[in-house]
Design a protein around this ligand. Sequence first.
Ligand code: CTP
Length: 442
Amino acid sequence: MVKVITYGTYDLLHYGHIRLLERAKALGDYLIVGVTSDDYDKTRGKINNQQTLMERIAGVKATGLADEIIIEEYEGQKIDDIQRYGVDIFTVGSDWEGKFDYLNEYCKVVYLPRTEGVSSTEIRAEKRKLKVGVVGTTDFQKKFIQETKFVNGVDAVGVYAGGKKFSDDMVYTDTYDELLDMVDAVYIVSDPERHYEDVKKALLRNKHVLCESPVALKRSEAEELYSIAEERKLTLMDAIKTAYSTAYERLMLLAKGGRIGKIVSVDNVSTSLREKLNEEGTDLTNKWSSMCGWAPAALLPIFQIFGTDYADKSFVTRFIDKEKAIDAFTKIDFIYENGMASVKVGKGAKSEGEMVITGTKGYIYVPAPWWKTDYFEIRYEDPQDNKRFFYQLDGEGIRYMIVTFAKSVEDHRLPGYISKDVSCAIAGIMEDFIAGKNMTEI
Ligand code: CTP
């Protein structure tokens, strides 16, 4: 019996795929099809498959051409599979010509002519694009527009920067309304104190919203925004890029899955020095204080692990200005019934940006900068038991965040990444901070 193997993503199964599978099958008696896992595709730079792995497998199965379907999960697996299944022929389309010649050592390699004029990428691109407008003036804005270019199905079509114009290669509108007229959705990165109004206005005009966290500076305002979004079946999503990075997702799953025993403490530090944010030449025009800029990301793992129902919390902070609008460095301590947590955030002080999740059996260590990591370790009493985990991280997670947002809009389903509860709790922390509740100033 001649065994043939072939691999592919098979997203939105099309005629080109079917023709390839038919010819692959005809090369032998038994056809094994390897379908790529989403994680493996991510490492290959394919980030926005429209279908899940299970849907893609079902597509291949429905052709009736595969005798066996396996999942391709890691680099180097092909050699493993060829040996394990006793494969005689490896085949793929001619778009890969020459790329798999190294497999000749293990079996025969056949490149089949690719069918002209059809590809998953083209089918994805033909779908109506989500038109996104950007609201705000910070550097995030440029990064965001850059990252949309990696996500097909999403187009950044214009910017409203308070009536100002920053470059020639984007359409800058004079008013927010003008921008809202052009788009299906907005990414809001305006001053934090404007978020509530900017988000509300967009939602009331039936636009989906991706907003840099906090979505509002009061808990009640955040709750109101979520109820408007729910009523109108719109997506409202916190833009905390860390939440969408693979390493972060996995470390949360491992932590919650009991790998380090019961979790007793979550502690992280997040700092980035802002220019002119020192006592001598303070620049107060930029409203992203340490708390606004860092606390949402820093609070995320705490709320996702322990929940939002803490027993107590306190702030220690160092303000820069007399008006107390900008904090240089702030520490928040939380007490839960069965745990404790702390965050330190700073834009006017620099420290080691790491995170430690302490458990009764071991701990998770995420090195600096923990908020955009592709790597973490689980460490135990006996260092021999330690484990290291590496993941792919492209575009600091912003790219995956945009993919998640677009998918949520398309599916009319809220993404599970940052719950409404967590988002509103973040707004609540901002509210208490601004009110100086339980705060010590240094
Ligand atoms: N294939 C083909 N003819 C096409 C498209 C794909 O023969 N028009 C083959 C590929 O060479 C590969 C297999 O089908 O052997 C699975 O390809 P996959 O990468 O899943 O499909 P594409 O349409 O090329 O996907 P994308 O556009 O995302 O790269």
